[in-house]
Write a protein that binds this ligand. Structure first.
Ligand code: 1HA
Length: 270
């Protein structure tokens, strides 16, 4: 693949190829653990993915063949969160979860190794997961003094069911790619050498589908779980589509032309 760099960062790589934006956590020495700076960069990259019309699908992965992401960097964990360069403790990965979920484009986790702790939650919040055979999945919070009772628990339970979600969190065991697939946590497993090829194939298929249809499906599947804020995002897209219709344009035109709108001309579908 002919990946071209979209923007240079310190902790991540952000590249583009054939309609796909790829975000790679690039801290292989700590198994792609994230610090606040890493998350800040990922949020920036996801915001760019949202704006760019030529990006239809986003892939999230980790550098190397050992880890997708091992969660929060334990070296900078302090009182109140993960401490940034100014000494401020942050849990800003939660903002990234919201970004991934509300991005109106599919996000594919390309899991190339360990997806542990906060790294596991990252793949959980992605729309799809393609994993290599060497991938290992699990939560570790209760073992290392942490927990994510947000999407990392409730959305996980939607994937694997309540009993399994409680097992994953209470025991902090590690699961093979095959076990994860059997739980409904992974869409597809392939040998490590074909991971990117398979992921790109999935992306290319989605890129041939109607972007508005994919967008509305993602919104609908989210809305069922996300309450008022999920409905808000879906409603925003309904408004977007309404603005594309003659009926909405008539209202605006009438206002600007200082006349009464003629809405009678529009059909009242059954
Ligand atoms: O729970 C939250 C949050 C909750 C709410 C809101 C925000 C949250 C944000 C984050 C998190 C969390 O992520 S908590 C969970 C933090 N992560 C972990 O507990 C995983 C720690 N790592 C491991 O358990 C293991 O390293 C491993 C199962 C992924 C791999 O084990 P393995 O194959 O034995 O390798 P290991 O030797 O342990 O690791 C390789 C290198 O990577 C080591 O460096 P070295 O000693 O060779 O210099 C290791 O220290 C480093 N490393 C691995 N994971 C991390 C790490 N360094 C810093 N932070 C890590 N998370």
């Amino acid at each position: 693949y002919n990946w071209t760099t979209i923007k240079e960062y310190e902790d991540i790589k952000f590249e583009f190829c054939d309609g796909v934006g790829k975000v790679t956590i690039n801290r292989p020495r700590v198994y792609n653990a994230f610090r606040p700076q890493t998350v800040k960069e990922m949020i920036d990259a996801f915001d760019i993915c949202r704006e760019r019309q030529d990006i239809g699908v986003v892939v999230l992965t980790g550098e190397g063949d050992k880890a997708f992401c091992s969660g929060g960097d334990q070296n900078v964990k302090g009182h109140g969160g993960y401490v940034d360069e100014e000494g401020v403790p942050r849990l800003n990965v939660l903002d990234l979860h919201k970004r991934i979920r509300s991005l109106p484009k599919p996000v594919v986790a390309m899991v190339n190794g360990y997806a542990i702790g906060g790294g596991h939650v990252l793949h959980v919040v992605c729309d799809l997961t393609v994993a290599s055979e060497n991938a290992i999945f699990g939560q570790s919070g209760p073992k290392v003094g942490s927990f994510d009772a947000g999407f990392g628990s409730s959305y996980l339970a939607r994937h694997v069911g309540q009993k399994k979600a409680r097992e994953i969190w209470f025991l902090c065991k590690q699961y093979s790619a095959k076990e994860a697939e059997d739980m409904g946590l992974v869409n597809r497993i392939v040998p490590f050498d074909s991971l990117e090829e398979e992921t790109m194939e999935w992306c290319q298929i989605m890129l041939q589908r109607s972007p508005m249809a994919l967008r509305m499906i993602k919104r609908g599947l989210n809305a069922e779980l996300d309450g008022q804020s999920g409905i808000m995002e879906m409603a925003g897209d309904a408004t977007l589509m309404f603005y594309l219709m003659e009926e909405a344009q008539e209202g605006r035109k009438a206002f600007l032309e200082k006349r009464d709108p003629d809405f009678k001309q529009f059909p009242k579908f059954p």
